[in-house]
Write a protein of this length. Structure first.
Length: 320
């Protein structure tokens, strides 16, 4: 979703809850927001004024609203719970944005360390062989790193266009230690949050499960959860069908089972989402500790090798 969309949804929900017509809400939103969101709100207002549904108006702006958001708006219009769904969409997107910001902030320090690790050992080369050799030494370390970053970015863009490629790369990240655990926890949080929203809005389980699976953000996890849909069609209990997919931990499966048995599935899903978000943030913090440690070790090894190389050169000179 584009920046500012969570607040867009939140204000939209407040006005709908206050009883304002959708057309008036969109008009107010076009005045409150600037730039792209203002133009989007005006265009949506025109479409709704001409007889289109809010869903049809939102579908024209896929670059702003995700497919999941559009599907949730469609379900909310049908169930009459538009304000609730918009509010939950805003909360969900804000939580996701918060975790993204946390991850980025944790990776800034390792990035600085990596550049320092490339520059500091080159000081030895500077004294030994001069400035030009030192610059080549820095480039020898940083250029491969930049090439890897560019390659990862291109792969990410390619995987979004080609589903098999997305599944392949998502499977790799899903099983990587530490990173995979974080991805699974974020996926659980997004699934539970989306499922809670749809269930609260009165959307059927058969419709809510596959749509919530798409919200996980990982193709492997999505595929696993969607394996429960045929079982649900056959009348199998929700908790049992989800447990058999092995997409969730025993604790999550137990909480869902408790929710279905007690008739308080919404409450248990909210707890699952909250617990998974806390776990995800803890995992991100752990990554922020482990990655700098690895970089420290690599810098120490690289600098040590350079110093040994320099000292051996001096020893050879003294022998002569």
């Amino acid at each position: 979703m584009a920046a500012g969309v969570p607040e867009f949804f939140r204000q939209f929900a407040v006005m709908i809850n206050a009883g304002l017509p959708v057309i008036r809400c969109l008009e107010v939103l076009s005045e409150q927001f600037g730039g792209r969101l203002s133009r989007v709100a005006l265009r949506m207002r025109e479409r709704v004024s001409s007889g289109s549904t809010l869903t049809e108006a939102a579908q024209e702006h896929r670059g702003v609203f995700s497919p999941l958001a559009v599907n949730l708006i469609r379900s909310a219009e049908m169930s009459g719970h538009l304000d609730l769904v918009l509010q939950r969409l805003a909360d969900s997107q804000e939580n996701l944005s918060r975790m993204k910001r946390q991850f980025i902030s944790k990776m800034i320090y390792p990035a600085i360390l990596l550049h320092a690790g490339a520059v500091i050992p080159s000081v030895v080369t500077w004294f030994n062989e001069g400035g030009e050799a030192a610059l080549k030494e820095v480039g020898k370390v940083l250029v491969p790193v930049y090439l890897v970053i560019i390659a990862c970015f291109l792969i990410y863009k390619f995987s979004k266009i080609v589903p098999p490629a997305r599944f392949f790369f998502d499977a790799i990240f899903y099983h990587v230690p530490i990173i995979g655990g974080t991805i699974r926890k974020v996926g659980v949080a997004r699934f539970a949050s989306t499922f809670e929203t749809m269930n609260s809005a009165g959307i059927s389980v058969l419709e809510a499960v596959p749509m919530s699976a798409e919200a996980t953000g990982n193709a492997v996890m999505e595929w696993k959860i969607k394996r429960a849909v045929p079982r649900l069609h056959d009348g199998e209990d929700l908790a049992i069908a989800l447990a058999e997919t092995r997409a969730f931990s025993p604790m999550v499966n137990g909480m869902i089972a408790t929710g279905t048995e007690s008739g308080k599935l919404d409450v248990m899903l909210a707890k699952v989402s909250e617990h998974a978000e806390i776990d995800a943030r803890t995992s991100i913090d752990r990554m922020g500790t482990i990655v700098p440690g690895l970089i420290y070790a690599l810098i120490a090894i690289y600098a040590g090798m350079k110093i040994i190389s320099m000292m051996s050169g001096y020893v050879d000179m003294l022998k002569i």
